[in-house]
Design a protein around this ligand. Sequence first.
Ligand code: NAD
Length: 280
Amino acid sequence: MTVILDGKLLADKITQNLKKKTSGLKVKPKLAVILAGDNPASLIYVRNKQKRAEEIGFETLFLPMPKDVSEENLLENIYILNEMKEVNAILVQLPLPSHINKFSVIEAIAPEKDVDCFNSINVGKLLCGYSPYVPPCTPKGIIRLFDNYNIELEGKNVLVIGRSNIVGKPLSVMFQARNATVTAAHSKTKNLKEIALNSDIIVSAAGCANLVTADFVKEGAVVVDVGINRVNDRLRGDVDFENVAPKTSYITPVPGGVGPMTIAMLMENTLELYQIQNHN
Ligand code: NAD
């Protein structure tokens, strides 16, 4: 029997719990969100994150910047946020306009306010097996889903498709820390199907609709779909859900799987940074 990994349900529970914890706080956690440019998808993501933060009872500070904002100006704003005691978490929505060096911006965020775990200090800690201030949101949300459904990772063959700094790379590291045997695949990987067929768990974070089809998946495998693709104006993941689901033991839907967990973990990270900064 296939179990649907219900990310929305779990994310709602986490959100309710965060709301309760926040209601007892005199000074509320504050999340600053920087958006440079007018990418419509980014605008929707940012609005949703801000809305969720406010529902929980966090304060938010939204800093929209024009698409021709200079790198210097953007960095200056980050330095100011780093110094503001009442700001606990800083999020810079990616992608940035092409004239801005993404790495300079990420490195400018104070590690103790780096809510996405993008800064190299935090990424380095994650890689070395020390705790970063907070782990990256999407990988953290996926591991939380596994824990919630008691899915064992130790000793499992895990295929992670995609090696981005945001999802694939940190997720591979976090799976290894749970004693899984990880294959990190990418666009130049040969024999992806063969590797997939040998995997107990497949996570696809490629951004490629219909990449994972039923012939890629062995009976009883766990399949997690991170991908977000627009196909004929509909939201699709990387997995051919209808045909793959019957072969799996557990599978995430799109929407309603990893997406809501990512936002819930962003909120949880905001509260955790607040607690670290306030020593409670
Ligand atoms: P990215 O574009 O930075 O990286 C994609 C990775 O997939 C690359 O490493 C590339 O080598 C690999 N890849 C691409 N096509 C492939 C193929 N045919 N075979 C094997 N590997 C292939 O993307 P990202 O930021 O990691 O995001 C990946 C997808 O996940 C996107 O669709 C994005 O929108 C989505 N995403 C979803 C969430 C969420 O919360 N659900 C969060 C972050 C990203």
